[in-house]
Design a protein around this ligand. Structure first.
Ligand SMILES: Nc1ncnc2c1ncn2[C@@H]1O[C@H](COP(=O)(O)OP(=O)(O)OP(=O)(O)O)[C@@H](O)[C@H]1O
Ligand SMILES: [Mg+2]
Length: 217
């Protein structure tokens, strides 16, 4: 990282930490009224996630992350988002080989799975089913995330991981859409891996992540 971008990251972290402090104070105030306990807890969890993401910007090396812990956090985060945006909760099925660990920042991996889960929920608003599989062989970890939605429109499959590719009509609060899968691909690539997307029969999309297994050379 160049000295200039280090300063930008430090500046962003500093200013975002001020935002987190304000939100934490707001959560404390809210929690004094039992009517708002659930909201206060969601804000606190979201602040902790934000802090972890900010901390991960400066992380270069960390202990290999346990996929089950990463998925637990990503599921909780996705539930928070869906419950506060009136989305239907996802039903998950997992088949995780215990040999699987992910290299690098656990906060970054959480972002990968939250983006994939939210896409599955948005593709199937009636209530998505998401199957997560993970195996390791020959020093390579393979993680699949499959859903039961309508599948990815053929017109965007070739450019799916590029920024600003979207079928959403509404713009985000910051005016941008079509960033989720670009973020997924950037994080996977930063960790030396690759991600692909396919549709499967009779329905649904499947995302496949392949990565070097942490701690295996
Ligand atoms: N699981 C999925 N099933 C069907 N289509 C999908 C799925 N995941 C992604 N897509 C399609 O790919 C597009 C791009 O996804 P991406 O996550 O990059 O952006 P977005 O969800 O449109 O916006 P953002 O994530 O920035 O809010 C989506 O608009 C949708 O059309
Ligand atoms: Mg998305």
């Amino acid at each position: 990282m160049s000295a200039e971008s280090e300063l930008t990251v430090a500046g962003l972290a500093h200013d975002l930490n001020n935002v987190f402090e304000t939100l934490s104070e707001a959560a404390e105030l809210l929690s004094s009224d039992s009517k708002w306990t659930k909201l206060a807890n969601t804000i606190r969890r979201s602040v902790r996630r934000g802090e972890r993401i900010v901390a991960s910007l400066n992380e270069t090396i960390s202990d290999p992350g346990d996929l089950t812990d990463i998925l637990d956090n990503a599921v909780l985060h996705t539930e928070d988002v869906l419950s506060f945006t009136r989305g239907t909760a996802i039903q998950y099925a997992r088949d995780i080989d215990p040999c699987v660990t992910l290299p690098g920042s656990t906060a970054a991996w959480e972002r990968v799975f939250v983006n994939l889960f939210l896409n599955a929920a948005q593709a199937n608003p009636q209530g998505a089913k998401v199957e997560i599989g993970a195996t390791c062989a020959g020093g390579i970890v393979t993680v699949t995330v499959a859903d039961n939605g309508p599948g990815i429109p053929a017109s965007i499959l070739p450019t799916l991981f590029e920024a600003n590719v979207t079928t959403k009509k509404s713009r985000g609060r910051r005016g941008r859409r079509g960033l989720g899968l670009h973020i997924v691909q950037s994080i996977v690539a930063e960790h030396g891996g690759a991600v692909t997307a396919q549709n499967r029969q009779p329905l649904g999309a499947v995302f496949t992540l392949t990565l070097p297994q942490a701690g295996v050379s």
